[in-house]
Design a protein around this ligand. Structure first.
Ligand code: BEZ
Length: 212
């Protein structure tokens, strides 16, 4: 499988998970989704990551985002490990964890990077839109746990910019001013952004977040 790029269709699949067998597109429906991989069960960083994601469920629900995890470990291993996640982090697993021992999904989503490690899945994240297209990809090495606050922040930006002709500046957080898309003329902006804007440069116009 070639590398998946932004705007590509997220490949569909059927897989065994801790919640039973599921078909990805059926399970996802027209929600947003995060598919994220971790290298291996019974490892320290992965344990903290999965607990953190479980603890963020209310935040994902609020944004209509379904979460699903994957590694190349078999289902028995996942089932044996999930108790540790709750012990350590206080959060019980509350999303499906895919078992991919034959690496079908790892191949489909390019989750094994042989020059890093030829057997373990890397820490990748795919954010997938209601249209089943890939909106964001990121990949971290095994030694670095991900920042899931950043992933929520990106989802806020993706959901906002899907509905309005705006972009979000560096380090933007939900509620802060946004940038009017350069393609929008000042004339059009008067109608679209009635709260007005601050012109820093002809191509950089800040406006209050339009859905607030
Ligand atoms: C970890 O989750 O701690 C980990 C997993 C695989 C390799 C190195 C670290």
């Amino acid at each position: 499988m070639a590398t998946l790029r932004l705007g590509d269709d997220a490949p569909d699949f059927t897989a065994e998970t801790t919640d039973g067998e599921l078909n990805f597109y059926d399970w996802k429906g027209d929600s947003w989704a995060i598919l994220f991989s971790h290298p291996k069960d019974f490892t320290p960083v992965c344990t903290t990551e999965l607990g953190r994601v479980a603890g963020l469920k209310p935040e994902f629900d609020e944004r209509d985002v379904k979460v699903i995890g994957v590694s190349v470990d078999p289902i028995d291993s996942h089932r044996a490990w999930v108790g540790d996640i709750e012990d350590v982090t206080g959060n019980a697993l509350n999303f499906p964890l895919i078992a991919d021992p034959d690496r079908k999904l790892a191949d489909l989503y390019d989750l094994i990077h042989p020059n890093a490690n030829d057997t373990l899945t890397v820490r990748s994240v795919y954010v997938i839109g209601p249209d089943n297209k890939i909106k964001l990809t990121l990949t971290y090495p095994a030694s670095t746990g991900r920042n899931f606050d950043e992933i929520l922040r990106v989802i806020d930006s993706l959901q906002l910019t899907a509905g309005y002709s705006v972009a979000t500046p560096a380090d933007w957080k939900d509620g802060e001013d946004v940038i009017i898309a350069p393609a929008v003329s000042d004339e059009d902006a008067k109608e679209r952004f009635p709260k007005g804007w601050d012109t820093k440069k002809p191509y950089l116009r800040y406006t209050p977040q339009p859905n607030r």
